[in-house]
Design a protein around this ligand. Structure first.
Ligand code: ADP
Ligand code: MG
Length: 305
């Protein structure tokens, strides 16, 4: 008899995450797949062939499912990377690490002709490059390349703004500056969820108060939003290019260029919270089903010839 398949899991618990986790575990069990959950790599130790946590050798698992955006430290990423060399991980380490970086993602998407915000990246000693570009662009956004939740984003409206900001940036221990052209949009976005190359669900976010950012952490609010073919198609393509099994793609409509642009690709898009489900965001079950199906497929024993 074949050995029972065993999958490791580390998932967020807040905002309804704990209930989602239970559902995923139950559905995998129905397919005769055992789940070891709460595998926080923070507490793992690597020794020779093994990465050991709670008495389990993680490198012997059939797959590791990592779904916790709130807590990803360098140590966890380091072990995630090593683990990914010997067992399948979801998302794959490479795809996840890519989408954690806004420049790397934007560069790759542009090279595949996906419309994204125009950007410029330069060495920290080349601040004059920013002066050149603000003259051309009129307005731009300074972004930390590894940020989330709209934190640290700074709108630069003119040269005087930039002159004020540069001394602060120079004081920080940055390697480079990354700026994007500010896109004229209606302060709403689309979030498209994709799993296993398939459309799962869509919702929108609207910036709150006077803010220009749609992030909920910046005062934005979630609303039910019907997708259109164009945003779904862009989200599917961007997900494929990034190599993500699970993705949440953020898009806005550029009023000047009259087209949609992909703003961000997230590797750990949250499930709808219980409150959002009540509002009508009803894609959780489909998302769970597709994730379970994918885990099942990726852990199927290879057929012997
Ligand atoms: N180039 C841009 N032009 C206009 N608004 C932007 C631009 N980039 C980001 N924003 C706004 O800021 C928000 C956060 O930006 P994003 O790149 O998604 O960073 P984060 O990872 O912090 O969410 C977006 O949801 C959008 O509302
Ligand atoms: Mg974002």
């Amino acid at each position: 008899m074949a050995k029972k398949r065993t999958v490791g899991m580390w998932m967020y618990k807040n905002g309804g995450g704990a209930e989602i986790e239970k559902k995923i575990i139950k559905k995998l069990k129905e397919r005769d797949i055992k789940v070891i959950n709460d595998l926080n790599l923070r507490y793992a130790v690597a020794k020779n062939k093994d990465i050991i946590l709670n008495g389990y050798k993680l490198n012997k698992l059939d797959l590791f499912f990592s779904y916790n955006a709130g807590e990803q430290t360098q140590y966890q990423m380091y072990l995630y990377q090593a683990l990914n060399r010997v067992i399948p991980t979801m998302n794959s380490y490479d795809a996840f690490a890519l989408t954690e970086d806004k420049f790397q993602t934007n560069f790759l998407l542009k090279n595949h002709d996906i419309p994204t915000p125009n950007y410029k990246l330069c060495h920290r000693d080349d601040g004059h490059e920013l002066k050149k570009i603000i003259k051309k662009w009129d307005k731009m956004v300074y972004k930390p390349t590894d940020g989330w939740g709209g934190v640290g984003l700074t709108k630069i409206e003119n040269e005087a703004n930039l002159d004020m900001l540069l001394p602060f940036l120079n004081q920080m221990d940055l390697r480079f500056f990354y700026v994007e052209k500010f896109i004229d949009y209606d302060k709403t976005d689309y979030r498209i969820d994709i799993v296993d190359g398939q459309f799962v669900g869509c919702y929108g976010r609207k910036a709150g108060g006077g803010d220009w950012r749609t992030n909920v952490t910046s005062g934005g609010s979630v609303f039910v939003r019907e997708p259109n073919e164009e945003v779904v198609d862009l989200a599917l393509r961007a997900t494929k290019i990034c190599g993500l099994d699970i993705a949440g793609v953020d898009l806005i409509y550029d009023r000047e260029k009259e087209r949609y642009v992909v703003l961000e690709v997230n590797g750990i898009p949250a499930f709808a919270t219980p409150e959002q489900e009540k509002m009508g965001l009803n894609f959780n079950d489909r998302k769970i089903e597709l994730i379970v199906e994918m885990i099942d497929r990726k852990t199927k024993p290879k057929e012997k010839k």
